[in-house]
Every structure is written in C-alpha cells, then in structure tokens.
Design a protein around this ligand. Sequence first.
Ligand SMILES: Nc1ncnc2c1ncn2[C@@H]1O[C@H](COP(=O)(O)OP(=O)(O)OP(=O)(O)O)[C@@H](O)[C@H]1O
Length: 366
Amino acid sequence: MTSRRREDPLRGDSVEDPVRLAPARTSLPTSLPAGGKPGLTIETNGLSKRFGHQMAVDGINLAVPHGSVFGFLGPNGSGKTTTIRMMLGLAAATAGTVNVLGLEMPRRLHEVLPRVGALVEGPAFYPFLSGAANLHRLDAASRHAPPATRSARVGQALERVGLAHAAGKRVHAYSLGMKQRLGIANALLSPRELLVLDEPTNGLDPQGTREVRSLVRSLAADGATVFVSSHLLAEVEQICTHAAIMSAGRLVAQGPLAELRQSGEARFRLVTPDAGAASGVLVRLGMAPVAGTREPDGEVLTAVAPVSGGGVRPGDNPAARDVAAPEDVVVRLVEAGVRVRGFSVERESLEDRFVALTGEGFDVAQ
Ligand SMILES: Nc1ncnc2c1ncn2[C@@H]1O[C@H](COP(=O)(O)OP(=O)(O)OP(=O)(O)O)[C@@H](O)[C@H]1O
C-alpha cells in the first residue's frame, strides 16, 4: 500500500492520503473546525423544505453529536430523505441552515463531501460488472481518489463489508443484502468522518438485515459518526446511541436513546378501598387521578405522574415539590390513612411514546 501526504485545507496540517480502511480503527479527527457547535457533526437550524403547498421538512433543529450512531426515525413520508438530501447538498433548502462537519452546506460542499460517505436511495451499479469493477469505476469518478492506490482501496472496502469473496462476481448475481453492502463499501472507499445511510436495510431479508446492522455497528466502532434513517423503531433501538423522531416534517424529539426512554410518562396504579381519600392526596400532590374498575381489594385509581429518572417531576404545584419518588407517594397515602392494597408504576414503552409523538402507528417489526 502506498500513501501520499497532502495538505488538509480544514486543519492546515498534512495528513495521510485516505487509502487505509481495514483493520477496523482509523484515526479520525476528534474536534471540528470553527463554524459549527463543538461536538456536533451535523447541526441544522430551522431547516425547511417546501414542495408546492406541502412543508416536507418544517423548521427542524437537528443536533448530531460527534461519534454517535444517530437514528433518524419517522414513518414513511415524514421528511427523512428530504432532510438527508439537503444535508448532502442534493436538494436546496427553502429556509434554514445545515452545518456538516462544522461547515455550512451547500456552500462548503466541495470540502465536506470528500469527508462524508453516503448511501442514499440505493446505489446504482452496473449489473454485468463485478462488485470490484463497479467500485473501481465509482472510485475513478472521484477526483480526490489517487489512481495508484485504487486497487488497494477497492480491496479493503470489499473486505470491510465482508464481500472480498464475491469481488469478482457480477453484481446481478448479488443478493439484495450484498448489493446494499456493496453500496456501503462505496461509501467507505476513503475513511470517512461521517456516514449517512438512508434506510440501509429497506427491502432486505432477515439475514441481509442482520448483516447490514452489524456492519453499521462496527462502522461506528471505527470512530465515524453514523447517521442512519429508518422507519423501524426496533432497528434504531438495536443499533443507535441517539435518535431523532420526525413526524409530518417536524422534529418531535431527539436525544440519547437512554434519555428518550426515560422521558415517557409514568402512571401510578393504586388499589384501595379508600378511593375518595386517596384521590384527595394525589390531587394535593399535583396529579389528576382517574377512578377505574373495582377489584376485590378495592377501587383502582390511576394517575399520570411525570417521572424523570425515577423521581416525580413536581411541575408548578408547590404541594408536590417534596415528592421525590413513588415510595414517597405511598408514604403520603399511608400517612393520610389510605389503605394501600396495590401500588405499581407503569412506564410508557418507547414504542408507546413514539406512537404518541408521531400520532400514527409505527412499524415496529424487525
Ligand atoms: N421531489 C418532490 N416533489 C414533491 N414532493 C416530494 C418530493 N420529494 C418528497 N416529497 C414529499 O415530501 C414528503 C417527505 O418525503 P420524504 O421522502 O422526505 O419522506 P421519508 O420520511 O424519507 O419517507 P420514505 O421513508 O417513504 O422515503 C412526502 O410527502 C413526499 O411525498
């Protein structure tokens, strides 16, 4: 393998030419140049796209942390692909800004794109050429790719996605999963700081889906930020560290997956023969209890209690300020003479939360 040194226009220092892909870890910059918020690989502000009367993307503020595997989740037609196209300079925004790797797009497109690998709307390959020959052609189309190291780059990219054994096979004989992995190999022809993958498992069988998901995980382990769109909640839960949820062109939630899981409503369920007194206590604690069915042990009362990290968020109700946790609610009930015969906290699942946020059924299949 040969390498040349060149000037990096962004950092002003000299770096190795990007010919190394495997083994896994590549040394990637850990800081961004001035222009974007530190620590963010992608940042959008008020980003919008209108098609006629329809706002396909409506003023979104995305914040994709450096090094994250960021799931861009939303039902079909919610604006994911349109957002990705604007990020990559494939479509012009109607309003708002996009910074990628700290640089404004599309103004700095020529500096940004060589550092970004993308798989958008399925790669187009020549079916009667082999996987390796297709990658050679695509690599040759890049003015940043030195011809002398092309074979090494192609070989390493195929190796990286587990297609070395099928390098000489014509693409028309590839399975869908293999074609998708070849598309990712194309995105990996140079080491990338950011990989943008639009629905990379769409249309794949379970085996192909597993292969692509495990590849995405390992790409992130290499140090790249991976931005992956999906309409599958289960997929995002399996491979992502962070997520953003789109619904009808709007961004309805974003953050670390663990925080999104914690931010759902919790519901207290109380069984007591003293429903009247219990209601009074819960109301004084800032809740709005609802009487439910009658059980042998008493009446069932449920009350929504916004819980953050296991503690009750008291909101603006001063009477509720002292309440820290469900056990404190039980203490208050008992102190008020309420006979507590059953008490549980039911937290909304991530799936319930996403359905509530998007206002429509989510495809939660594998
Ligand atoms: N070129 C276009 N002209 C007109 N409308 C468009 C165009 N591209 C997208 N749209 C509309 O914008 C909305 C968002 O589409 P987009 O493809 O971004 O959604 P998506 O979340 O990626 O959905 P999918 O997963 O189905 O691709 C849809 O209503 C779509 O019909």
